[in-house]
Write a new protein. Structure first.
Lengths: 264, 349
């Protein structure tokens, strides 16, 4: 019994430390956002929070970042996932080079990517559109290391070759095999990859700031220069907002019936 | 069962680098027949099956099913039902959805009701109606392979292809399921090609068994003929156990263990040869003036296996009904003779 108590105490202390590590900064943000910041404020105030909806720039930037995240997600689903499946299924020799290529954005600092990509975006903004949504192009490159890793792990965990062959003998063509059989099988990997992608798009600052696009994080930084309380309130709101989005993404759980393993 | 040829594999060849997986394999299968391909690993049996399924391209050869050349037809259009060695049920679908999958693709116009009726019928056939709404991870290995069988049969395949479907299962389930496969196959009359490395499995359920070696068919015959009248030494040695006993061959007979027995066609015709004698062809009788001694006896239930050392030092293994072996234990002196069954004789050395 003594040993059990020891384990329990140890477990709870770890949970407390990790929990504190995550929650204390968030609480500090909340605390700061409710501090008085004008002459009219006496004591605690929620004015910083109340101001948020009136910041037009902010609302537009949230919408833009969400649209960008949506585009990045569809690029993942319709481009990166089928490509990863194709490489695993048909081009095993290309697996290593493909993996290396996907890891590159991690090795190259964002600032270097910006310098390289700036002329392209200059051309885009002059000849096509100035919309920050075009950033989805560079973002879908930035997310590659994370999404590809999680997809690759999911693909390695199942025997996709046999599943694909079984589906083919039953009459499925290549697109049915990829979209109807393999993608649902590696659903968890796709969802995990998409989570990371959304979080990255909503939180990206360096590239959009240097390329002079008003994305969510850039606008928060701008507000922060004029009113710290509002900036912190918005940051906290954005964290909670992304959290809600991530939780809202449908992840249909397998119906868990009683596991009955008969002999045959 | 009609004896007309339904499936023809003509002169199939396939190389993987320097390895010849198929080297001029030809095989005819009659409608409704169950043919098993048996052979050691790497003999090309699975390659042949996959080629027929359309999952393996060939270097050379022709595949004809029901009078049509399907050599270049894609796997999705061939209408072959296949059960794989590895568990291959789609993990995100229930057992019923798995069975209905092929029907959904095949017949867009078929009403859902008809599909449901068909899947219910097949689940019933494999004895898993009560598991229709289970997901693959909720089923045992044997159950998964039954569902895979139902799924393959749902599309009313031209040929049912079984790629060692039982090898991942434990012995008892394996025996049960192979009998069930045979029952269902006979019931539906589905032409079936079954690939296995387990000779007991092949001999027990197939109409004909083809023994493969180095990408070629060594011999194809009914199980009993394959066992009793092998045409090559490889078949004699691969299927069942044999005692290699050397003796003198002349005029279609060989003299071994003091008896003269006929040799099978394909055997060595003269000089010294090595007869490949089945353990059940050796007769053992307890006798004080016998020509051999029992080194070890193992009881196998219905039969008994005796390891015998002849007086000249040669070692043979005999297998006889337990009732006949009563009283013959290790150390007993026995007299050994041969039953009058033709044997295959290979060249000495």
């Amino acid at each position: 019994m003594k040993k059990r108590w020891g384990v329990r105490i140890w477990r709870w202390s770890i949970i407390t430390v990790v929990g504190a590590y995550l929650i204390v900064p968030l609480y500090a943000m909340f605390d700061f956002s409710t501090k008085p910041f004008g002459f009219q404020d006496k004591g605690r105030t929620l004015r910083a929070w109340q101001i948020i909806p009136s910041q037009q720039d902010l609302m537009i930037s949230i919408a833009r970042s969400l649209i960008t995240a949506g585009i990045v997600m569809s690029l993942i689903l319709f481009l990166i996932v089928p490509t990863a499946i194709w490489v695993h299924l048909k081009l095993p020799l290309l697996r290593r080079p493909f993996e290396l290529l996907c890891l590159l954005p991690l090795a190259i600092p964002a600032i270097v990517i910006v310098v390289g990509i700036a002329p392209l975006y200059r051309w885009i903004s002059i000849h096509l559109t100035e919309s920050p949504i075009t950033l989805s192009g560079v973002y879908s490159m930035l997310i590659l290391p994370y999404t590809y890793r999680s997809l690759s792990a999911a693909l390695d965990a199942v025997d996709i070759h046999t599943l694909a062959e079984a589906a083919r003998t039953l009459g499925a063509n290549t697109s049915r095999v990829i979209f109807g059989i393999i993608m649902p099988t590696i659903k968890t990997g796709i969802v995990n990859g998409s989570f990371i992608a959304i979080a990255l798009v909503m939180g990206e600052f360096t590239i959009s700031n240097i390329l002079n696009y008003k994305t969510f994080q850039v606008v928060i930084a701008q507000i922060g220069r004029t009113n710290g309380n509002v900036a912190v309130a918005v940051s906290l709101a954005s964290i909670l907002f992304v959290l809600v989005i991530l939780l809202a993404i449908p992840t249909k759980k397998r119906r868990s019936a009683v596991l009955d393993v008969d002999l045959v | 069962m009609s004896s007309s040829t339904y499936v023809q594999l003509v002169d199939l060849a396939k190389h993987f680098g320097k390895v010849r997986a198929l080297d001029g394999l030809s095989l005819d299968i009659a409608q409704g027949e169950l043919v098993a391909l048996l052979g050691p690993s790497g003999c090309g049996k699975t390659t042949a099956l996959r080629a027929l399924a359309g999952l393996q391209e060939l270097d050379r050869g022709q595949l004809i099913v029901d009078g049509k050349d399907v050599t270049f037809q894609s796997a999705s259009k061939r209408g072959m039902g296949m059960v794989f060695q590895a568990y291959s049920l789609f993990p995100h679908m229930t057992a019923r959805e798995n069975v209905e999958y092929g029907l959904k693709l095949k017949t867009h116009k078929t009403a859902g009701d008809k599909r449901k009726a068909r899947s219910a019928e097949l689940l019933e056939l494999v004895g898993l109606s009560t598991h229709a709404n289970h997901y693959p991870h909720q089923l045992s290995g044997g159950q998964q392979q039954r569902i895979a069988l139902a799924r393959a049969l749902a599309i009313s395949p031209k040929v049912l292809l079984l790629d060692e479907p039982l090898s991942a299962l434990d012995a008892k389930v394996r025996t049960q399921l192979r009998e069930e496969i045979r029952r269902i196959q006979m019931e539906l009359g589905t032409t079936t090609l079954f690939v296995t490395h387990d000779q007991e499995e092949a001999l027990s359920i197939a109409d004909r068994v083809g023994v493969m070696r180095n990408g070629q068919l060594e011999q194809i015959a009914a199980p009993s003929e394959l066992y009793d009248r092998p045409k090559t030494s490889f078949v004699a040695e691969f299927v069942g156990l044999t005692n290699p006993i050397s003796g003198k061959v002349s005029g279609g007979s060989i003299e071994i263990l003091g008896s003269v027995v006929k040799t099978l066609p394909g055997s060595v015709t003269s000089g010294t040869g090595i007869a490949l004698v089945r353990p059940e062809s050796i007769d053992v009788v307890a006798s004080k003036s016998g020509n051999a001694k029992v080194a070890a006896a193992s009881f196998l239930g219905a039969s008994c296996r005796l390891n015998i050392t002849m007086n000249d030092g040669a070692k043979v293994t005999a297998q006889l009904p337990s009732s006949d072996a009563a009283g013959i234990g290790a150390g007993a002196t026995v007299s050994v003779s041969l039953l009058d069954m033709p044997v295959f004789v290979k060249a000495a050395g």
